[in-house]
Each structure stands twice: as C-alpha cells, then as structure tokens.
Design a protein around this ligand. Structure first.
Ligand code: HEM
Ligand code: HEM
Ligand SMILES: [Fe+2]
Length: 465
C-alpha cells in the first residue's frame, strides 16, 4: 500500500464479499423453487428471491467498484484520499441502504421494475451516496492536480453510472414507457459505462501485473471506449424489439448491438498481448488468473452469448426464456464479478500488510470452482433454454408443461450452482480467515512494538509508471 488512505478499500471489499455470499444463497433458492415442492411459497416466493438475488448482485458489484476506485485513484494520482472519514461514512450508509432494500423486499416493499426495484426513498439514498463518493474521488484528483487515462476512464464510467441512474427515479403508468426508460439505466450500465469501469480496472491491473508499457495500454483503452460508445448507445434498441415502439428500432437494434462484442473482444486481445509481451511472472498468480479470466469470460458471456440472441429474428423466439439468464450469468460474472475479484485479489496483500503476495491453495480452488461452476451453469441454462424455445415457442406447448419436460436442466443447474457457490465460499474463507487474520496479526505485532509500521509506505512509482 503506497498511500495510507487506500486502506478504506478494505471495508468496501469485505461488505461486497459478504453480500456476494448472500446472493449465492438466494440464487440456489431461486433455482430450487423451479423444481419444487416449495415449502417457502407463501413466505418467500420466487419473485422475491430472484429480486433479492439480482439486487444483491448490483449492490455488491457497485460496492466493489467503489472500493476499487478508493484503492486505485490515490495510486494513480499519487496522493492520499481527500477524506478517509467521508469514505467510512459512505460505506456505512450504503450498507444500511442495501440491507434495508433486501429486508424491504421480504415485506413486499418494491417498485417492481426489474433490476431497479429499489423503493423511491432508497433510490434517493443511492443518489446521495453516489454524490458523496464522486465528490471524494473528484476532490482527490483535484487536490493531486494529476490524473492518468486509466483512472480517467474508470472515474468517467462511475460519474456516467450515477447520471444514468436518474431515469430510474421516474415512474410511468404506461408500461411501454416504463420499459423504454428502464433500459437507459440497465442496458447503458452493463453495455456502456460499466465497460469503461471494467476497461479502467483491466488497464490498471495489466500495467501492474504484466509490467507492460502504460502508454500502449492506454492507447488501447481509447479504442475500447470508442467501440463501446459507437455500438452500445444505439445497441439499446435490442431491448426495443417487442415493447410496443415503432418498428424502425428493429434494424437499429440488429446493426448496433451486433457490433457490441467488438469492445469485449478488444479487451481480451489487449489482455492477451500485454501478457504475451511481458510474461506471466508476477508472484500474485491468482490476481493474474482473475484478470485474464475476466477478459476471456466477458468476451464469451457478453460477446458470444450476447450475439447469440441479439438479432430480432432470433430474439423473437428466445426473448424472456432461459436463454436470457444463460447469457446474463456468464456476462455479469465475466465482466463485472471477475474484474472486481481481480482488483480485490491484487490489493489484498498490500491492504493486509503481507510481504508475500502469493495466493493460498484455498483461493486458487475458489477460482477454478467458480470458473468451472459458472461454465456448467451456463450450459444448463443453454440446454434448458433451447429445449424451452423449441417446445414452448415453436411447438406451442404450455409454459408449465414445458417446465415439466426440462426439469433435468434445473437439476444440473443446482449441481453446477453448488460447485460455483463452493468456489465463492472458498474465496470468502481465504479473504476473511486466511488473509484478514494475517492482517490482524500484523496489527497486533505493530501495537506491541509501539506503533512502528511494519512496512513504511513508499513513494516509489509502481511498475509500469
Ligand atoms: C457485460 C456485459 C453484459 C451484461 C452484464 C449483460 C447482462 C444481461 C442481463 C442481466 C440481461 C437480462 C436483462 C433483463 O431482462 O432485465 C441481458 C439481456 C440481453 N442481453 Fe446482455 N449483457 C451484456 C452484454 C450484452 C451484449 C454485448 C449483447 C449483444 C451482443 C447482449 C445482448 C442481450 C440481449 C439481446 C438481451 C435481451 C434478452 C431477451 O430478449 O430476453 N448483452 N443481458
Ligand atoms: C449459486 C449460483 C447461482 C444460481 C443457482 C443462480 C440461479 C438463478 C436463477 C434460478 C435465476 C432466475 C432465472 C429466471 O428468472 O428464470 C437467476 C437470475 C439471475 N442471476 Fe443467478 N444464480 C447464481 C449465481 C449468480 C451469479 C454469480 C450472478 C452474477 C454474476 C447471477 C446473476 C443473475 C442475474 C443477472 C439474473 C437475472 C437474469 C435474467 O433475468 O435473465 N447469478 N439466477
Ligand atoms: Fe442490452
């Protein structure tokens, strides 16, 4: 850790990971409900568990983004954070907001707009916290008087994410209008400005893990930002095929969304070249695994599996079937979960004061079980989805009859989901019981020695600068 205030990232990472664990419980519960019987039907029905599952995902990934920004911005701008205290206040308010939302869903307190179900007062808290966060980050950069392209792209993505949350504050009686504007937040987040966040983190990690030239990395970053905007903005139209808007959206959606995989492909290529040029020799092999994993899985999950159902001629069959979560799971995991875990894995040795930044075997198992489990889950959704499209949409079989024919795919989903969740459990175990325990020991030793820091913060530039 080169700047003391970078330590505020730790509570963000800890909260993010705890919510990740909870998200898994609700994912498995949602999958089990498909199979039934469901003893919790009247207490915790499927719509509630799914809503909790997806909202926890969004809250914890955003928590991870904020923690990553607090870790990365001081290092890139070479200064301490503007205010550590504000960052602590922010995480407390944010966590309370997240927990209130989840408990509220249990009691039916929801606005029911998929992925944006947060009730209005909580939406206002989200806006306030985002403003607090951006204020702290932007004041840090202002104080330093210097910023890099890498952090500029990351912070630009975060500012734009806050702005794009504003359409979610509106409410419309007309369902078409509600759906139309919902995508301004949901689509423009995951296929727009969050890609900038991913790209910024990827550049930060590759520069440090591979020692590749910063200038070359940042040139690529401009290309990726350009590709994202050219394809992603009008690509929103791939959600406008069947919602009751004029038919000119059909070709717009086809053409622009078909170009969206290019930016994910770009990121995968740039990760490949960075590592080929500079080698895989960094001792934090696990952070390297998560970083390359994110580049590869997002190209597959978002790029390939997104393309698989993005044309209107295909989407008219697959829309709203299990093909959607087939793509949604791998894309979200590859692009946003893996990159957040990569930053956490990279940052942990320095946050906990460990000299040795090699990983534990537990954490490596955590990686492979998540990667393998997610592959299996994607396959289960895909096989179930193809069968569902054929039986329900082409043969005209009823929804429930179709479900009774595809039960085996949900059995496989639960098995592979359990493998995945075991991987998450191991990652959490490593974070809380192996790495954090080490940090506590270091702190105790430090106290016993009268407060002399074990490692003095160094002002030497990081590799690649
Ligand atoms: C990391 C990037 C991406 C993530 C996290 C992501 C995630 C998701 C999620 C969660 C949904 C379901 C949304 C809902 O119903 O509310 C969805 C839908 C969809 N995505 Fe993506 N996606 C990504 C990139 C892409 C790309 C690049 C394409 C196209 C090339 C694409 C094509 C689609 C389509 C066509 C749907 C609508 C499915 C339907 O009609 O039911 N996605 N995506
Ligand atoms: C233990 C592992 C998991 C299981 C068993 C699981 C299961 C499920 C189930 C059954 C649904 C409802 C699908 C439907 O509406 O038909 C769902 C939705 C969803 N899950 Fe998971 N999930 C797991 C992990 C994850 C992870 C790691 C992520 C993020 C990377 C995630 C993101 C989502 C999203 C975005 C949706 C909404 C997708 C849509 O509406 O199409 N899940 N999940
Ligand atoms: Fe989209």
């Amino acid at each position: 850790m080169r700047y003391k205030s970078q330590r505020v990232a730790y509570p963000y990472f800890a909260v993010a990971l705890l919510l990740y664990g909870l998200q898994m419980v609700l994912g498995l519960l949602s999958a089990a409900k498909y199979l039934g019987p469901d003893p919790l039907l009247h207490i915790l029905p499927f719509d509630v568990t799914k809503e909790m599952h997806t909202n926890l995902l969004i809250v914890w990934v955003l928590t991870g983004f904020m923690g990553a920004a607090y870790y990365l911005v001081p290092e890139e701008s070479r200064t301490e954070l503007y205010s550590e205290k504000l960052a602590y206040v922010q995480i407390v308010v944010w966590t309370l907001m997240g927990l209130t939302a989840v408990i509220g869903y249990f009691f039916g307190w929801t606005t029911g707009n998929k992925l944006l179900e947060q009730p209005y007062p909580l939406k206002l808290v989200i806006v306030a916290v985002m403003l607090l966060f951006l204020f702290n980050i932007l004041m840090t950069i202002k104080k330093a008087g210097r910023w890099t392209t890498t952090e500029g792209v990351l912070v630009g993505g975060l500012v734009a994410s806050a702005v794009l949350y504003l359409p979610a504050l509106g409410s419309w009686d007309n369902y078409t209008m509600a759906v139309f504007y919902r995508w301004w937040t949901v689509h423009l987040w995951v296929e727009g400005v969050w890609e900038l966040i991913q790209g910024g983190m990827l550049a930060f990690l590759l520069i440090r893990l591979s020692g590749v030239d910063r200038e070359a990395m940042e040139k690529w970053l401009y290309v990726i930002v350009g590709l994202t905007f050219i394809s992603g903005i009008l690509g929103t139209a791939h959600h406008y095929f069947w919602i009751g808007v004029p038919s000119y959206w059909l070709p717009v959606g086809d053409i622009f969304s078909a170009m969206e995989p290019l930016s994910f492909l770009g990121m995968a290529i740039y990760a490949y070249f960075a590592l080929r040029r500079s080698g895989f020799s960094h001792p934090n092999q696990l952070a390297l695994h998560w970083t390359i994993g994110s580049a590869v899985y997002s190209a597959l999950g978002a790029g390939v599996l997104g393309l698989a159902h993005t044309f209107a001629s295909v989407n008219k069959w697959t829309h709203g079937t299990l093909i959607t979560p087939m793509h949604g799971h791998m894309a979200f995991f590859g692009a946003y979960v893996m990159i957040v875990l990569a930053v956490i894995t990279y940052a942990m040795p320095s946050l906990t004061g460990r000299k040795d930044d090699r990983q534990s075997a537990v954490a490596m198992w955590g990686f492979w079980l998540q990667v393998g489990g997610m592959f299996g889950m994607t396959m289960a959704f895909a096989a179930g989805g193809v069968a569902q499209v054929y039986l329900e949409r082409i043969m005209g079989m009823g929804y429930l009859d179709t479900q009774s024919k595809i039960r085996i795919h949900f059995v496989i989903l639960i098995v592979t989901g359990s493998i995945f969740a075991t991987g998450v459990g191991l990652y959490l175990w490593d974070f809380f019981f192996i790495q954090s325990r080490h940090a506590l020991r270091v702190m105790r030793e430090q106290r016993e020695r009268g407060g002399v820091p074990v490692e003095a913060p160094s002002a030497a530039p990081a590799p690649g600068e």
